[in-house]
Ligand binder design. Structure first.
Ligand code: ADP
Length: 168
């Protein structure tokens, strides 16, 4: 039987993208023919980088991975997935707190749109890596250079310096 073509989306805020996200992407693409990294416009989260900046920051990091592309979206994740013909959502899991939240999200998405969510477990070295904590630690002067790609680290330092300058 011929293998079915599967396109998946990996939605998130990616503010900024971390080594943990990249780990999920490299594991996830093995399961699908195509994977679209879908950068969302989360109004609730503190957006250090604009939507367009986050998309541009991710592009060079995945340029060498066949089948992976990056797009932004500004609607319900399930609506976006349907609009690009994706039949699965990829999400990463770090711990039991993630499981609880993701379980609810996946059940809701399946109930409203019939779409399945596929989970991959993080590489153990990334179990504590989160964009929120990275932003907090970096803004207080902590060294997060081994949790995010080098280019992202430089952009983060630059943005924090700009914010500090504005604050005076
Ligand atoms: P969201 O705002 O939707 O939670 P994030 O950008 O924070 O978006 O995360 C996107 C996805 O990546 C989520 O499924 C999240 O659980 C997963 N993720 C984030 N960091 C890691 C990590 N270090 N290891 C594995 N998965 C992760």
């Amino acid at each position: 039987m011929a293998k079915r073509f599967v396109r998946a989306v990996f939605p998130g805020s990616f503010n900024p993208i971390t080594n943990g996200h990249l780990d999920v992407i490299s594991r996830g693409i093995k399961l699908f023919n195509e994977l679209i990294i879908a950068v969302g416009n989360s109004p609730v989260k503190n957006q250090l980088f604009t939507l367009a900046e986050r998309v541009e920051m991710i592009k060079p990091l995945v340029a060498g991975i066949e089948g992976v592309t990056v797009q932004s979206y500004d609607c319900l994740t399930v609506e976006y997935a349907a609009s690009v013909g994706a039949t699965a959502i990829l999400r990463g899991l770090r711990n039991l707190t993630d499981v609880q939240y993701e379980f609810q999200l996946a059940m809701t998405n399946r109930a409203v749109a019939g779409i399945e969510t596929v989970f991959v477990m993080t590489g153990e070295q990334y179990g504590f890596t989160s964009s929120t904590l990275i932003r907090e630690v970096a803004s207080l002067g902590g060294d997060v250079s081994n949790l995010i790609p080098q280019g992202i680290y430089e952009k983060l330092q630059k943005r924090l310096a700009e914010i500090n300058l504005k604050k005076g």
